[in-house]
Design a protein. Structure first.
Length: 379
């Protein structure tokens, strides 16, 4: 296991990097020290083919230093030549895969892309892992070669596995802020953010500040509400999950703070709220009497944000493709529009819809609105 002090420093650095990408190199350096590796790459994108591929960010660091030169070389020259990329896209989530498994023995000798990965990237014997991202995105974390050159030990692989939910949570928070145009904002600036709710808490769990969107949701009181200065959810099951999440993010003095996500259901036709909790520390605000110890980002699909297909898949027992179709149906898209958006034939989309209705759903839209809280399962 990672020593407690080292793990605490890594989590604190990940919480910080989730709010501001400029802090990722510091977190990457701590990961290298804990794992005994030359570096890492964290990326997030979507698309099934080269034609529809979109990359939202890519951070390559070697020994704690951001290497944008290597990022450019790979993106501009080797991305479309890399034989391992199509195989990487087909990897199951949450499974550690040796980089060498993505290339044949012949390709390891002749591939220009693999040669650059091995020499400049120091990752020819690295580990790749794919993680499910928000809104159907894919996260890729590549851990570079061990510094001792002895190959991977069981303790190193166990450490990587222990870090996976925290890496994933970092990207979830990062993408939520990016969607609201609030990446790198200070705690005070976050209160001016639009497009999502922001609630800030002190170390005792008391609500100390909220932006306009969050205050509107609290006043409505049909999902979240302010109970004597503490954030609560209307439904008991949701509130139990929320309080556990806040308790982990705001633990007793000396304990490790941990972020996480959950959903809060609302009555009637309103879709559930998605909540991301992120501990914070060391940031100044204009309220020094009540230092902020954690923030909650509240995403309201009814306000223009989307339901996360990963939530739909877990809550409704759907496959990944079925969940993406179901979410688009709930948005009011037609079969033709869904086919165009996903790059599938209309007949394929109709088959998915028939299967969902026959085996899972009586009413796709209603089921999405009433989906149970599954984000806590990721912790």
């Amino acid at each position: 296991m990672i020593e407690d002090g080292s793990f605490e420093r890594i989590l604190a650095a990940l919480h910080k990097a989730a709010l501001d990408p400029a802090d990722w190199s510091g977190a990457a350096g701590l990961l290298d020290e804990a794992l005994g590796t030359h570096g890492s790459t964290l990326a997030c994108g979507d698309g099934e083919t080269d034609e529809d591929f979109r990359l939202y960010f890519m951070w390559t660091c070697l020994r704690g230093q951001r290497r944008q030169d290597l990022e450019r070389i790979w993106l501009e020259t080797y991305l479309h030549l890399d034989e391992g990329v199509p195989r990487l896209r087909r990897l199951p989530f949450n499974r550690l895969i040796p980089v060498t498994d993505l290339y044949t023995e012949a390709e390891q000798k002749t591939s220009a892309a693999y040669n650059v990965l091995r020499t400049l990237g120091r990752a020819g014997n690295g580990i790749d892992v794919r993680l499910p991202g928000p809104d159907g995105l894919r996260i890729m974390w590549q851990v570079n070669d061990p510094v001792d050159g002895e190959g991977w030990s069981s303790w190193q692989l166990d450490r990587i596995r222990r870090l996976l939910p925290h890496i994933r949570q970092t990207v979830h928070v990062r993408q939520t802020l990016a969607g609201a145009g609030a990446l790198g904002a200070t705690l005070t600036e976050l209160l001016e953010a639009g497009g999502l709710g922001v609630v800030q808490f002190d170390a005792r769990g008391r609500l100390v500040a909220a932006n306009d969107r969050a205050r509107d949701l609290l006043r409505a009181g049909n999902g979240l509400f302010d109970r004597d200065g503490f954030l609560s959810a209307r439904a008991r099951r949701d509130n139990d999950s929320l309080q556990r999440l806040l308790g982990r993010a705001l633990p007793p003095s000396g304990a490790q703070a941990v972020g996480g996500s959950t959903i809060v259901r609302r009555p009637g036709a309103l879709p559930p709220l998605v909540l991301h909790v992120n501990p914070v520390g060391g940031q100044e605000t204009d309220r020094p009497v009540w230092p902020v110890a954690a923030i909650v980002l509240v995403v309201d699909p009814a306000g223009g944000a989307s339901v996360d297909p990963a939530v739909a898949a877990a809550a409704l027992g759907l496959t990944g493709m079925e969940s993406r179709v179901a979410v688009r149906l709930a948005r009011g898209m037609s079969v033709k529009e869904i086919a165009a958006a996903t790059g599938r034939k209309e007949s394929t989309i109709r088959t998915h819809v028939k299967h969902m209705f026959a085996n899972h759903l009586a009413n796709v839209g209603t089921s999405l609105r009433l989906s149970v809280p599954v984000y806590e399962l990721y912790q």
